[in-house]
Design a protein around this ligand. Structure first.
Ligand SMILES: Cc1ncc(C[n+]2csc(CCOP(=O)(O)OP(=O)(O)O)c2C)c(N)n1
Length: 518
């Protein structure tokens, strides 16, 4: 058995079920092993940003790492933007990056580069000196490391950079899987301190992120909120939150810093559960980076890497809230709209038709603004753009559909963001994935116009205007989708948008709707 075969068999034994690949010559032995080892589904993506974003979507839905297979430094570099988003989401991923053997590197052949430096940016675990002897064991370590929660936004991405000689050399055999790492339990003093604050009667907001916004965590948080009167809120862009009718009523932090400061204006205590202090997405001259108002105290119930769910359960017990009824979202979807394609109507069409148990992936564009309006629609999982690097929504929807073939996935994409990773459609067609993609085709980078205005600029010059405009030529998204094997249609009014959404939900396979809007 060679190193590649031992590695792939080890990963399969650990529980890896999916490899999203864009291979090259240095990965040929890994490709051969994928051919030989049953249990790992191999899926081709035509751009590495799709591989890494799809691994992110898969990991958010299953809690398990998918493997990516990437071609040396340049292949990895193409995938980094979505690995950045995945790091912020704390998604488990294992990157397998091929490399030249050590003896070849000194010749500075064309694809030679410093892969470790690239990997350092987003990886919580890196190994680049494997031999055929160690490769299988290193794979088992990479798997374990991807399941270990880390502080702050270090993420859970393992990157195994393997020389071709480690892959083709003789291996001592398959390695045994390690145990699964557990999150650390929070200190009892934290729970007591937070309980006293919640009992003080002063205005409190609990901010729930990562482990703190999981469905079981929300159940405890909802009971605590009902018992004590505190507010519960997710961050602005949670990696995954399961919401909709019947789920615990949860607020969401707004986007702009002045909105966040206004939200917390009369709050005396912010309680962090699974995340960090609120910070402004961008720096501005007139607003602070730290979004905690004067006189508001910050307390940590559980840090990112700690067991937030257990901490909330203990807190609920301490407060006598385990049997309290949480407040829940009612089922009250809006009616199907008619009329022009304005923001309100498009949001309403999506909320009115959202199918039961859908997974919604958002990027730039209108998707995120749709979230609050879908909370009284059918239950769903919502996957946000976690790291601000646009071009994530379509790959994430692809990975979510690979993870959950029985659920409809809805990708809500701005046309600017969609253009980064539109190759996802081809993988969706080839694998016949149940993804409905809506592209809000306003032919512009609208948010950049908004941000430009926030600088106080009233006169948008011709160069600035051309840098925020993505018309001329207009991309025909419906035609582009068809060319990649995805059926499509165009909506120019809200009733048609709703009708196309419903049609796509009733038929298997992918579908794309070009929503023409201004
Ligand atoms: C990788 C990356 N490049 C550039 C940006 C800057 N950026 C933020 S939003 C945006 C345009 C989004 O346009 P679109 O998707 O059409 O949505 P709209 O703002 O029009 O609603 C750009 C270029 C970014 N966030 N990430």
């Amino acid at each position: 058995m060679n190193g590649a075969r031992a590695l792939i068999e080890t990963l399969a034994n650990c529980g890896v079920e999916l490899c999203i690949a864009n291979p090259g010559t240095s990965e040929m032995h890994l490709v051969q092993a994928l051919d030989q080892v049953p249990g790992i589904r191999s899926v081709l993506a035509l751009f590495e940003g799709v591989c890494t974003g799809a691994a992110d979507g898969y990991g958010r839905m299953t809690g398990k790492p998918a493997a990516t297979l990437l071609h040396l430094g340049p292949g990895l570099a193409n995938g980094i933007a979505n690995l950045h988003n995945a790091r912020k989401a704390a998604t488990p991923i294992i990157n397998l990056v091929g490399n030249h053997p050590q003896f070849h590197i000194g010749f500075d052949a064309p694809l030679t580069s410093d892969i470790d430096t690239l990997a350092r940016n987003f990886s919580s675990w890196i190994k680049s000196c494997s031999t055929a002897d160690t490769l299988a064991r290193d794979g088992a370590e990479a798997f374990t490391a991807s399941l270990r929660a880390n502080p702050g936004s270090q993420g859970q991405i393992s990157t195994l950079i393997l020389g071709a000689d480690a892959a083709w050399g003789d291996s001592p055999g398959v390695a045994r899987p390690n145990g699964i790492p557990r999150r650390a339990l929070v200190d009892n003093n934290n729970i007591e301190e937070v309980a006293r604050i919640l009992e003080s009667g002063e205005s409190c907001v609990m901010i729930l992120e990562h482990d703190g916004v999981r469905t079981d965590s929300l159940e405890w948080a909802g009971r605590i909120a009902a018992k004590t009167g505190c507010r519960i809120m997710s961050g602005t862009f949670p990696a995954r939150v399961d919401g909709g009718a019947g789920t615990v009523d949860l607020e969401r932090m707004p986007y702009f810093p002045e909105q966040i400061l206004a939200t917390f204006a009369s709050v005396k205590h912010l309680i962090l559960v699974g995340g960090q202090e609120p910070a402004s997405f961008f720096a501005y001259r007139t607003t602070p980076s730290r979004l905690v108002p004067e006189g508001c105290d910050v307390h940590t119930l559980a840090r990112t890497e700690e067991d937030a769910c257990n901490a909330l359960e203990q807190l609920a017990e301490r407060l006598g809230a385990t049997k309290t009824e949480a407040r829940r979202f009612a089922h009250n979807p809006p009616p199907v709209p008619s009329g022009e394609m304005n923001t309100r109507n498009m949001i309403q069409a999506i909320a009115a038709t959202l199918p039961e148990n859908a997974i919604v992936a958002t990027d730039s564009g209108l998707g995120n603004a749709t979230h609050p309006f879908c909370q009284t629609s059918a239950p769903h999982s919502w996957l946000s753009l976690t790291g601000g690097s646009i071009g994530q929504g379509s790959p994430v929807s692809t990975g979510a559909a690979l993870a959950c073939p029985d659920r409809r996935v809805l990708a809500l994409l701005g046309d600017g963001g969609a253009a980064y990773t539109i190759q996802s459609l081809w993988t969706q067609a080839r694998e016949q994935l149940n993804v409905t993609t809506v592209i809000f085709a306003n032919r512009k980078y609208n948010i950049l116009n908004v941000e430009y205005g926030r600088l106080g600029v009233t006169d948008v010059g011709p160069i600035a205007a051309s840098l925020f405009d993505i018309g001329n030529p207009d991309i025909d998204w419906a035609m582009l989708a068809k060319s990649m094997g995805v059926p499509s249609a165009t909506a120019t009014d809200a009733a048609t948008l709703a009708e196309l959404l419903q049609r796509s939900y009733s038929e298997p396979g992918p579908f794309l709707i070009q929503a023409l809007c201004s």
